[in-house]
Design a protein around this ligand. Structure first.
Ligand code: CTP
Length: 405
């Protein structure tokens, strides 16, 4: 259990703070909500008190003997300000202490994550951008806002990321510290394949696999939080799109292949985390195959799909880093890492992220352990931990191996 301070400033997205609070308490954390007076125009103190089980005040004149304006910040393991309005970012950058939240920000020794939400013009204004730069220079994390529907009918950058995305990223910071969300991918374009392809047999059936897309989603979410421009080529992923990420949906291995070639052309990093079917039915029946009919198959002949990763390696442009994934099991011939090293050499990629799936423990699960093998012979274990933590470790390895933009 960690002590989290949830700062809430006065924007309409404050209603999402209640869901974020819920995600934190359900993960077992002790949460103290510190709203600004403006935030209480949108959500009542009673909501935050009921959901957190802790008292809620906005000013420094309540609980004076407790010296709350100093103690709340000092005792926190993590401060998350969501939403962080333009005004809150300005006051934090200026070091003001004119309410309980700004005073708390001045006394916190722990990592601080600002999650901005405001109208696009306010976000893009040089004053706001300067304040964000100041806060980042001092070591705070300021997440890029999501792009999408704003309060009115308009849309653009400025939307609050979904509470589930914020909670997943906050968990990484709690576990690994502020460096896990360093702004070391700013200016990089990354393309990630995620999910599992489906190869049709007839209009209703397909050959598929058990990949959920969760690891690819975590990679996309963390890369966006670290400043990258992210495209995900998603094969049959039934999860809400992570914030700040462009999703290109695909179904089959062949569709994934076409999309990856198009998207990888000007990418700095290409990550193949999708489970791509190695084989597809040689023919797709035009009508549903029925039993006890002429259409009933005796067997299903398969043909090989192209190896997309190997093709992307061949077409790699100068400076581009290509990362493969491998789900391996040990067998009578060799252990997991020996098989993986052979695969790295065979595929020719720069890094290979290896999952040991011997006990079938990875698919669809939240926690994972991987080993990142590099073409230069190095091996680095990351985890065990949630997939966002694994993703943060993978991006740290990738960022160290690519030239800064
Ligand atoms: N991959 C790919 N195209 C395929 C199959 C796999 O790009 N047709 C990619 C996956 O996205 C992953 C990597 O290759 O990054 C490893 O996939 P895997 O299926 O484990 O490798 P294979 O070469 O198929 O080896 P195996 O003989 O173990 O199946």
């Amino acid at each position: 259990m960690s002590r989290i301070v949830l700062g809430v400033s006065g924007g309409v997205a404050a209603y999402k703070a209640a869901l974020l609070l819920r995600a934190f308490t359900e993960a077992g954390h002790d949460v103290r909500v510190v709203p600004t007076p403006g935030a209480l125009h949108f959500v009542g103190a009673a909501t935050f008190e009921a959901l957190s089980g802790n008292p809620v005040t906005t000013d420094v004149w309540s609980d004076v003997p407790e010296v709350a304006h100093v103690r709340i910040g000092q005792e926190a393991d993590l401060v998350v300000v969501a939403p962080a309005t333009a005004d809150l970012l300005a006051r934090a950058a200026a070091g003001r202490a004119d309410d309980l939240l700004s005073a708390t920000l001045l006394t916190a020794h722990c990592p601080v994550v600002f999650v901005p939400a405001m109208h696009t013009e306010m976000w893009l204004h040089p004053a706001t951008q300067d304040n964000v730069a100041t806060l980042r220079r001092r070591g705070s994390i300021v997440l890029p806002p999501a792009v999408g529907r704003l309060t009115g009918p308009d849309s653009g950058p400025g939307r609050l990321p979904e509470p589930a995305d914020i909670a997943a990223l906050a968990a990484v910071v709690l576990e690994s510290g502020a460096a896990a969300l360093a702004q070391d991918l700013v200016g990089r374009r990354v393309v990630i394949s995620a999910g599992g392809t489906r190869e049709p047999l007839d209009p209703v059936r397909y050959l598929g696999n058990r990949s959920s897309g969760k690891q690819g989603w975590a990679l996309a979410r963390v890369a966006a939080a670290r400043g990258a421009e992210v495209v995900v080529v998603a094969a049959n992923v039934e999860l809400p799109a992570p914030f700040g990420v462009r999703v290109v949906p695909v179904g089959t291995a062949e569709e994934l292949r076409t999309a990856m070639h198009a998207e990888a052309r000007d990418a700095d990093v290409v990550v193949m985390s999708a489970a791509v079917a190695d084989f597809r039915p040689a023919a797709v029946a035009g009508a549903k195959m029925k039993k006890d009919s002429a259409g009933e198959p005796e067997s299903v002949p398969l043909v090989r799909n192209a190896d997309v990763l190997a093709e992307l390696v061949t077409e790699r442009r100068p400076g581009q880093l290509v990362v493969g994934f491998a789900a391996e099991t040990g067998d009578a011939e060799a252990d997991v890492l020996t098989h993986a090293r052979a695969k790295l050499a065979r595929k020719g990629c720069d890094l290979l992220v290896v999952n040991d799936v011997s006990a079938g423990q990875v698919f669809g699960k939240a926690d994972n352990t991987v080993v990142v093998l590099a073409a230069d012979g190095s091996a680095e274990e990351i985890g065990p931990g949630p997939k966002d933590l694994i993703a943060a470790g993978i991006w740290t390895t990738i960022a160290a191996r690519t030239t800064p933009a």
